[in-house]
Design a protein around this ligand. Structure first.
Ligand code: BTN
Length: 259
């Protein structure tokens, strides 16, 4: 796994150091336990026994059908300026999959990657708040690569790269390309913020120009999503109000389904 990924990595720091485990609870946890390793270290596992998703949900990854990886990053900027990093990570995966897959690939705001209206990748970015160690972020990426069937409860909303394209891609090929796409986007974001990236991000954002449902705990509201601003917020018209919705606060659904 490690050598296969390294072989195609063309970056200067992300993915230069790769920690591989055949089995671990969660590659995000593994990264958090290894904050002494250099920025750009990638943690990858065949199997996660406790894969974690957003909003405290679990992420099915107790199999070798997906790419389960986390990137440890030590950006030299304050945590308040990192709110778009999770969108940047999604953008990198989008570009990596576009490189391989014939089908149209989209981003469901903020960072689910969608093919044929189903989710193929989820991203969980975690900021580590510890005194005296600077800013550490773990960017966890889960891509369903060769999964044929999903459990009933998610079969309507989940897909895999294999379902979407005829080529038999390996997890390693996809990992290298995600790393190659991630680095330039990350460097640009840390240097100049999201301003120069937002325009292209919006071209692929399937949430835009749609009626959506915002879900915050038990509260639901409906609105029309019409923009993503340079702070990475989804701009939603709700009746006569315009809301700037930050990721992390809410989950977004299509009015009639997942997208
Ligand atoms: C989501 O809910 O959409 C986010 C899913 C993130 C899954 C990845 S798999 C690698 C990394 N390790 C984890 O435990 N979670 C992330």
């Amino acid at each position: 796994m490690r050598e296969e990924i390294l072989k195609n990595v063309k970056t200067s720091f992300i993915g230069k150091n790769i920690v591989y485990k055949s089995i671990t609870d969660s590659t995000n946890n593994l990264a958090k336990q290894n904050l002494d390793l250099p920025s750009g270290t990638v943690f990858v596992a065949d199997i996660q026994t406790n894969g974690r998703g957003r909003s405290g949900k679990s992420w099915i990854s107790d199999n070798k059908d997906g790419l389960w990886m986390s990137i440890l990053l030590k950006p030299d900027i304050s945590p308040e300026r990192l709110s778009c990093l999770t969108l940047v990570a999604g953008f990198a995966v989008l570009k990596a999959l576009q490189y391989f897959v014939d089908a149209e690939v989209y981003i469901k705001w903020p960072n689910d990657i969608v093919i044929e209206n189903k989710k193929v990748c989820g991203i969980l970015c975690e900021l580590i708040n510890q005194d005296n160690i600077g800013t550490n972020v773990v960017c966890g990426i889960g891509i369903n690569v060769s999964t044929d069937t999903f459990p009933d409860e998610i079969s309507d909303i989940a897909t895999s790269v294999k379902n979407a394209c005829q080529n038999k891609l390996t997890r390693e090929e996809i990992a290298s390309e995600v790393i190659n796409q991630f680095e330039p986007l990350y460097v640009e974001y840390i240097k100049n913020g999201f301003d120069n990236l937002v325009c292209e991000y919006k071209n692929y954002c399937i949430t835009l120009n749609k009626n959506i449902k915002l879900v915050l705990g038990n509260e639901h509201s409906e609105g029309f999503a019409f923009d993503v601003n340079s702070s990475g917020e989804l701009v939603v018209r709700c009746g006569d109000k315009t809301l700037n919705v930050s990721c992390g606060e809410v989950s977004v659904r299509g009015l009639y389904g997942y997208v």
